[in-house]
Design a protein around this ligand. Structure first.
Ligand code: ADP
Length: 270
């Protein structure tokens, strides 16, 4: 991808994520008003690209959004949705496993939610929870979660080999910004439903989560399924980087309209 900002936020296969050296407040020297205007233009482009992807019907696009609480996963989905036809996009929010999910391997529910040919799938949280919260809170022993990076690399390679383009996005916010957003949720009656007391337990484990993110991103950023670390303290920066990333990805995929049936061109309907 030619875009310098996208090159900066990409974690190249084999490189360390280097989260501590990246700044969640980065704004790439952009100005807010023009950034918002550029985002709107790019979101407009998404609908045309999505239509081509659906018409081609041979490949899918999977967008993984993985981040700490209040980092803007829902806001990112909302920003993108303005340019997407709901008929061709599925947003899946992964919660604490329940029912049958608890009886199956951790990739079972994930595979089942992947986009089909011509479709876009957005994951709000993902299989990465199984090497993040599960690791930090010791839900399974190290001997189990440590093997999962390899499972995940192989699983994503399978998806890519079979026609799914994968883009993985870590929305990086600072602990300070998370604090402000959580406080807003508590203080605003209209936002309070988003807040769970458990959010504060996870916040106390901030350093452990950062280490788990660092390892997960480092271990699983591959050519087939690269990670992008998007600065997310400023929502308008986050939205523009994500919009640029998705438009660039779809343009690179360059989905083609199928040829029309012989004899249709020039036909007059009577
Ligand atoms: P969100 O915070 O995504 O808006 P919730 O408040 O319902 O939605 O949180 C979902 C919770 O489910 C998160 O705390 C997340 O860590 C947890 N979760 C998701 N997947 C798993 C998993 N595989 N194992 C354990 N917990 C998980």
């Amino acid at each position: 991808m030619a875009d310098d900002v996208l090159k900066k936020v990409l974690v190249k296969a084999g490189d360390k994520a280097g989260l501590a050296k990246r700044s969640p407040t980065e704004d790439f020297g952009w100005d807010k008003e023009s950034a918002k205007a550029e985002t709107a233009k790019l979101i407009g482009k998404l609908s045309d690209l999505q239509m081509r992807l659906a018409a081609e019907a041979s490949r899918g696009l999977l967008v993984v959004l993985q981040a700490m609480d209040a980092s803007g996963k829902d806001g990112t989905v909302r920003s993108l949705s303005a340019g997407l036809n709901p008929a061709g996009v599925t947003v899946t929010s992964f919660k604490v496993p329940a029912g049958r999910e608890t009886q199956m391997d951790y990739l079972w529910r994930v595979h089942n939610s992947c986009p089909g040919k011509g479709e876009i799938g957005i994951f709000n949280r993902s299989h990465y929870e199984d090497v993040l919260v599960v690791r930090v809170k010791n839900f399974v022993p190290r001997s189990r979660w440590s093997k999962r990076y390899e499972h995940i690399r192989n699983f994503e390679k399978l998806l890519a080999d079979e026609g799914t383009r994968i883009v993985k996005i870590h929305l990086q916010i600072s602990k300070e910004e998370q604090g402000l957003r959580l406080q807003d949720r508590i203080d605003d009656p209209l936002e309070r439903w988003k807040f769970r007391l458990g959010d504060l337990d996870d916040r106390k484990l901030w350093p452990q989560f950062q280490r788990a993110y660092e390892d997960a991103i480092t271990e699983t950023s591959t050519k087939a399924a690269p990670w992008y670390v998007v600065p997310a303290d400023r929502k308008w920066v986050r939205n523009l980087v994500v919009a640029r990333l998705l438009v660039a990805t779809l343009e690179e995929m360059n989905p083609q309209l199928p040829p029309s049936e012989e004899g249709i061109e020039g036909l007059k309907v009577v």
